[in-house]
Design a protein around this ligand. Sequence first.
Ligand code: ADP
Ligand code: MG
Ligand code: ZN
Length: 610
Amino acid sequence: MKVNKDFIRDMLVYLIFISTVIAIFNFLILPIFGGKKIKETDYSFFLSQVDEGNVTKVNIKENEILFEAENKDGSTSRYSTGKIDDPELVSRLYEKGNIEFTASFESNNIVLEFIVSWVLPIIFFALLWNVFMKGMGKRMGGGNAMSFGKSNAKIYVKAQTGKTFKDVAGQDEAKDALVEIVDFLHNPDKYAEIGANLPKGALLVGPPGTGKTLLAQAVAGEADVPFFSISGSEFVEMFVGMGAAKVRDLFKQANEKAPCIVFIDEIDTIGKKRDGNISGNDEREQTLNQLLTEMDGFDGKKGVVILAATNRPESLDPALLRPGRFDRRIPAELPDLAGREAILKVHARKIKTEQNIDFNAIARATAGASGAELANIINESALRAVRNNRQTVSQSDLEESVEVVIAGYQRKNAVISQKEKTIIAYHEIGHALVAAKQKNSAPVHKITIIPRTSGALGYTMQVDEEEKFLMTKEEALARITTLTGGRSAEELIFNSCTSGASNDIEKATKIARAMVTRYGMSSSFDMVALETVTNQYLGGDSSLACSPETAAKIDAEVNGIVKKCHERALRILSENIDKLHELSHFLIEKETITGEEFMSILNRKVISIA
Ligand code: ADP
Ligand code: MG
Ligand code: ZN
C-alpha cells in the first residue's frame, strides 16, 4: 500500500488530539463522577483510625495507602496517606481482625478500570470525532476537513444539485450529447461490450449565462453519481505547486469514487495556451501540466467523466483539446425564439402568474438574451408584482422587466428640462419613423422617453415578427439608416446635434464595419476576410488582418456606408416632417407609446401641423 504523507499527518494530529482529550477526561472529569472523594491525611491519623477500630478496608499500594474508615454517624470516608516503611503494619491490621486489606488493586477491577478509563473514552471520542468530521465535511461541501491545502473539490450528490434536464430549457443539442454520458455512467458494460470508449472529457462552450454550469449540474442530477465540482480559479494558489497538488488530489478522490463526474468550471483560468514566455505564470503552467497528465493517467472505462466549461475556447491550450482529453465540444449557444420561450416558461413555473401569459411575445422582444437574462426577467417581474402589491405576475410586469433588464430601471425622479425632453422625443421618433418607412426594418414595438438607470434617455424598441438567423445587405443598411434616424431628426428640427447619439453611432459603425471586413458586403472589396473575430463568445472583438493601406480604405468605405444611410434617413424624415412633429408631440405628452399607437397616428390623415 502506498503510504500517503497526508494520511500520516492526519493520523498524528488525530492521535495527539485523542490522547489530550483522554488525559483531560481522566484527571479532571472522572474524579468528579468517580464516587467519593479521597481525602489526604497523615500517617498518624491512619494509625489512630486503625487503633480506634474505624478502618474497614485498606489498600496498600506501591507508594501510598488508601483506606476507608467509618465515621461516627456510620457513613464511611476514603482517605489516602503516604507509605512509610512500617513492618508492623500488616500484623497490626491483622490483629484488628475485621479489616479487609490488599497489597494492590483488586485484580478483577483492573480490567474494568482500564475499560472505563481508556477504552470507553477512546470509543466515545472516536465516535464524536466521526460525527464532527461529517458535519464539517457537509458544511465545507465534502472532503476531509483535516486536509488543509488539499483539493477543495466539492462532492455533490443528486440531492444537492437538485437539478435535472427538466430545469434546462432549450439547449437540445447539448442535452443530447450529455444524455449519452449519463447513459454511459449508468451502464458502462453496454459500451465495454462493443469496445467503445466514451470520451473522457467534454467541454461546454458558449457565451456567459447560457446554462453551461446548469447543464453540468443537471448531468450530475440525472446520472446520480458523485459530482466533483471545482472552479478553475480555485487551482490558482499563492504558492507554486499547490495547484498541481490539488489537481492530483482531485483525481485521486475521483478515482476512488468512480463512476463519477468531475466538473471544472471556467477552465480557461488554468487551461490557457502555454506560450514560450519564460516569465509566464509558472504556477498555472504546472497546474495545466498536471491536469494533462492526470487526464491521460486514468482508465476511461472506469467511469470518470470530466466536464469543463468555458466561454473562451479559443484561448485553451491545444493539448487540452486533443483526442483523449477534452475532445468533445458541447456548444451552449444563445437561445433562439423557441428556446427563449421555453426558458421563460421553465422559470415562470417558480412564480405565480396570471392565466394566459403570452410568453412568445416576451421571447420575441428579447432576441439575443441569454438564459441568465431571461431568468432575471422573470424574477424582476415577480419583484415588480410585489412592489405593486399584487399576488400574481401580469403580462405588463413581464414587459416592463424586459426593459429593466435591457436598459435598467426607470429614473422617475430624473429632472429633465422641457427643451431636452423635446429633443429626446424628436430623436426617438426619428428612429421610429425611419424604421417604419423602410421595407427591411423590424416593426416598432414601443417608444419611450422615460430615462433609465443605464443612462439611456429614451429608446425605441423594435421587435421582429420572427427569428432571423441571416442578415441581408438590405437589412443591414436599413438598420444603419434607422440608427442614424435619431440624429437626423435633431439636425432637421433643431439645426444642431447632441451627444445623445453616441450609442447609435457606435452601433452603426460596428454594423458597417462588419459589412466591409467580414461579410463581404462592400463595393470595393470582394469576399475577403479583413478582420477575424478573436473572442467569439465574449462580445466578439475582432482584429484587423490586413495592411495599413487597406485599413485606411476600410475606414473610407465604412464612412461611405454610414454617410449614405444618414442621407437616406434625412430624406425619409423631411418627406414625413408633418408626422415627425405630430408623433413627437404625442410622445412628449405620453412619454411612452406603443407600436400600435405609433402606427395608427402614422397611418391616419394629417389633421394638424404643430
Ligand atoms: P454559464 O453558462 O455562464 O455557466 P449558468 O449555467 O450559470 O451560465 O446559468 C445561469 C442561470 O441562467 C442559471 O442558473 C439558470 O437560472 C439560467 N439559465 C441559463 N440557461 C438556461 C436554460 N437553458 N434553461 C433554464 N435556465 C437557464
Ligand atoms: Mg458558469
Ligand atoms: Zn438614438
